[in-house]
Design a protein around this ligand. Structure first.
Ligand code: ADE
Ligand code: ZN
Length: 322
């Protein structure tokens, strides 16, 4: 009999990236949306990506099926059920507001739908949650500012802001102003940096945006001074190993820098990013790096412990998990 999955926090998870083909087709039928795929198998066959952009093109296209509060609640509930089975006890969940408002779905519909499922999660699944609103970095700084203003009536539902989508050519410094507003409003700050983009983007996320965590950050390993900075400040990095392989950030899982990052004293965590597209949820990512990198039980415990250390929990709750 296999052991139960190790208790962990999931800190890098795009809720839209949990849209499984089965639910996509069910929502398409419910909303009268026609998908350009004849079957779930045909859709799955399209999950072969050359890079981040080729994934994003499909990821945004499939969001067409998400229209109502119920859709967002069903999407989040389906994720939470899977997360529970993977040992997730706390989940900090990204959503891409602009990808929905651009299609005529109101921000309130997105946030109310998601929070309905998230509010039920402690009793239904034994999972606590936080919501993180991401800005699309390939949209303008003005669009991010407008998004933040539109979210103001809902800020009590939002723990942090993040930055995602096409990285190269869209440095963190482009979003200096909106991050300053978010921090003024008492929100935590995270940003994708060093996934496809250079170490300079990780520096900017730290020094210009003042982030509390870096999402991905694998390319930070190219810059010794940056590694030293991340180690001294114990800045958490939310790694997503299966994502890195599927989006060709690395060639093979055996080449993943996770172990050298741990050896360098970095506070790294293991997460699933867009699990419906990348072939694995939280514990699947743990198992994959265990097998590919030969991690022992103590190292897996350190990774799980790091996930709670890096979570946006109050100290009292954090202690319960550590
Ligand atoms: N949006 C969803 N997944 C993403 C990723 N891995 N990188 C950047 N933006 C994303
Ligand atoms: Zn991501």
């Amino acid at each position: 009999m296999s052991l139960p999955p190790i208790p962990k926090a999931e800190l890098h998870l795009h809720i839209e990236g949990t849209l499984e083909p089965e639910l996509a087709f069910a929502l398409a039928a419910r909303n009268g949306v026609e998908l350009p795929y004849a079957s779930q198998d045909e859709l799955r066959a399209a999950y072969s990506f050359a890079d981040l952009q080729s994934f994003l093109d499909l990821y945004y296209a499939l969001m067409a099926v998400l229209r109502t509060e119920d859709d967002f609640a069903d999407l989040a509930d389906a994720y939470l059920a899977r997360a529970q089975a993977q040992g997730v006890r706390h989940a900090e969940i990204f959503f891409d507001s602009q990808a929905h408002t651009a299609r005529g779905v109101e921000i309130g519909t997105v946030i109310e739908g998601l929070t309905r499922a998230l509010d039920a999660a402690p009793s239904k699944y034994g999972i606590s949650t936080r919501l993180i609103m991401c800005f699309l970095r390939d949209e303008s700084a003005e669009s991010a500012l407008a998004t933040f203003e539109a979210a103001r009536p809902h800020l009590h539902r939002i723990a942090a802001v993040g930055l995602d989508s096409a990285e190269v050519g869209n440095p963190p410094s482009k979003f200096r102003e909106v991050y300053a507003l978010a921090r003024e409003a008492g929100l935590k700050c995270v940003a994708h940096a060093g996934e496809e983009g250079p170490p300079a983007y990780v520096w900017e996320a730290l020094d210009v945006l003042g982030v509390d965590r870096i999402d991905h950050g694998v390319r930070a390993m190219e810059d010794d001074a940056l590694v030293a900075r991340l180690a001294v400040d114990q800045v958490p990095l939310t790694l997503c190993p299966l994502s890195n392989v599927r989006l060709r950030v690395i060639d093979r899982l055996a080449d993943h820098p996770l172990r050298s990052m741990l050896d360098a004293g970095l506070l790294v965590t293991v997460n699933s990013d867009d699990p419906a597209y990348f072939g694995g949820y939280a514990d699947d990512n743990f198992a994959a790096v265990r097998d590919a990198l030969g991690l022992d039980a103590e190292t897996l415990r350190i990774l799980a412990r790091n996930s709670f250390r890096a979570a946006f929990l109050d100290d009292e709750t954090r202690e319960l998990y550590l």
